[in-house]
Structure formats: C-alpha cells, structure tokens
Design a protein around this ligand. Structure first.
Ligand code: B12
Length: 222
C-alpha cells in the first residue's frame, strides 16, 4: 500500500497528472496521479488515506519547495493539475453520503485568492455529509454571497483563504454577513487561518480540516 501512495505523492509533488502528460519529462510514459489513484482505490486503499497520506503530502512538499525558492508558480500549477486529476476519482466517495439534506452551505474562496483545492475538498466532503452545497468558486466577495443569503435564509457561509495578503477580506465579509442578520453563521478555514484570527474577525467557527466543519455543521443540524 505504501508503495503506491509514495508514487502518488511524487506525482502530485512533481505535477504528473496522467500517463499521457509529457510533464515532467523524466516521468514521461509513467502512470500519473489519475491512474495511480484509480489503482489505489481498486486495491482497497481508503479514499481518506489516499487524500491524507499521498495527495495532501505531495501538495505540502511542493509548497515547501516554493517557500525555499526551489519551485515556482508553474510547478505549483502542475501539482494542482495532478491533485485535481486524482480528486475526480475520490469525489464519488466523498459525495455519496446521506441523500436527505440537512441544510445549505455556501462556499467560496475569498476575494483576491484563486486557490480552490482545499475549498473543493471541503465542498465535496460537506456535500457527502448530507448538506446542499452552493459553490461560488474563487475570488468571492460579499456581493456574491448576499444574493444567496437573501434567496436561502439560514444558509451557512464557508470561506476559504490561502493567502495571508487577502485573508483580511474575510473580515469584511463576516462583518457584512452579520450586519445582514446577526444569526447568519460564518465558518472559515484555509492554511493561514487560525482560531485566533477567527475570534478576531468575529467568525463563528474555524477548522483546519473538512471533518471539523462537518462535525460543527452536524451539531447545528441536530
Ligand atoms: C497549489 C498552489 C497554488 C496554485 C493554486 C491552484 C488551485 N487551483 O488551487 C497556483 C499555482 C494557482 C498558486 C498561485 C499562487 N500562490 Co499558491 N500555493 C499552492 C500550494 C502549493 C498548495 C495549496 C493547496 O492546494 N493545498 C492543499 C489543500 C488541500 O490544502 P488547503 O487549501 O489548506 O485546504 C485544507 C484546509 O486548510 C481546510 N480548508 C480549506 N479551506 C477551508 C474552508 C473551510 C470553511 C474549512 C472549515 C476548512 C478549510 O481543508 C482543506 C483540506 O484539508 C500552497 C502551499 C501549501 N502548502 O499550502 C501555495 C501557497 C498557498 N501559494 C502561495 C503563493 C504566494 C501564491 C502566489 C501569490 C504566487 C505568485 N507569486 O503568483 C499565487 C497567488 C494567486 C492567487 N491570487 O490566489 C503561498 C502563500 C503565502 C502566504 N503566506 O500568503 C503558499 C503557502 C506557498 C508558499 N509556501 O509560499 N498557488
């Protein structure tokens, strides 16, 4: 099991999306994240292990290299491509939860930020836990959320941020969402976000992972 997960980690870190992808040249002709994820599932490795022990590790490795000046934006982009190729196979597992919907969650990556992999994972897993998810995509400000809240009162807002420079935009959204109705709930997450930041901006809930969000949401629903 560890062999295939290690290969998968390398594929995400090096940005090898699938077998036909010519990038990176030294891995030409070899299986990529697409094929290896399919194989791992076939072998009975749990989708959660595939995600946590391979895909997330690969992303973290490329992020580390970027921090050290050993990798650049194009490489991160290729890693994101590989991660997305893998996630296609995981989606059915994460979204095959209960059919009855417990409520609605509107999700988006905050204004100025284009990172969507973490947000997409939260969307998949929250949906799988039985919630209706409205995914607004990336670069989301209050304007996009406002209409959803008007049309679907009681909708819970989930915001993701990966950039310290633009995570400050979460504060504005929280303020405006609360000004609309103080009972509106906002949960936040993303690598640079912390519980302290959540408290500081008056958001209702922070979690470092999707499961925390699911536990919180299920607590609200029950
Ligand atoms: C892939 C990547 C990119 C890709 C994004 C592709 C995409 N479609 O998402 C591209 C190449 C486009 C990119 C661009 C940039 N990036 Co970038 N990127 C990354 C990288 C390597 C991985 C991010 C990722 O997907 N992680 C994996 C996911 C699964 O983790 P996650 O997002 O944290 O999500 C998890 C949790 O946080 C949580 N979660 C997430 N959201 C939410 C929401 C809620 C409500 C909850 C409860 C939980 C939750 O659940 C998720 C699953 O566990 C990170 C490095 C890193 N290690 O994070 C840098 C990183 C985030 N990028 C960085 C930078 C600097 C940039 C650029 C500014 C580079 C540049 N000079 O242009 C641009 C910014 C573009 C923009 N305006 O957004 C920096 C940010 C530094 C900082 N302190 O702000 C990082 C940290 C790299 C580094 N080490 O310096 N990037």
């Amino acid at each position: 099991m560890s062999d295939i997960l290690e290969k998968l980690t390398v594929c995400v870190e090096r940005g090898k999306a699938n077998k036909v992808s010519p990038y990176p040249p030294d891995l030409k002709g070899q299986d990529g994240a697409d094929e290896l994820t399919a194989e791992a599932i076939k072998k009975g490795i749990s989708p959660d292990d595939i995600l946590q022990k391979a895909l997330v590790v690969g992303m973290s490795n490329i992020g580390q290299k970027f921090s050290e000046g050993k990798a650049f934006v194009p490489e991160m982009l290729m890693s994101a491509k590989a991660m997305k190729a893998a996630m296609v196979h995981l989606k059915p597992f994460f979204t095959s939860g209960e059919v009855k919907q417990k409520g609605t969650v509107v999700l988006g990556t905050i204004q100025g930020d284009l990172h969507d992999i973490g947000k997409n994972l939260v969307a998949m897993m929250v949906e799988g836990a039985g919630w209706k998810v409205i995914d607004l995509g990336v670069d989301v400000g209050f304007d996009k959320i406002e209409q959803i809240l008007k049309d679907n009162p009681g909708t819970i807002v989930g915001l993701s941020a990966l950039l310290t420079t633009t995570m400050v935009n979460m504060k504005t959204v929280v303020e405006k969402v609360k000004a609309m109705n103080p009972d509106n709930i906002v949960m936040i997450g993303g690598a640079p976000v912390t519980q302290d930041y959540c408290d500081e901006i008056g958001a209702d809930f922070y979690s470092s992972d999707p499961q925390g969000a699911i536990d919180y949401l299920n607590g609200i629903a029950s």
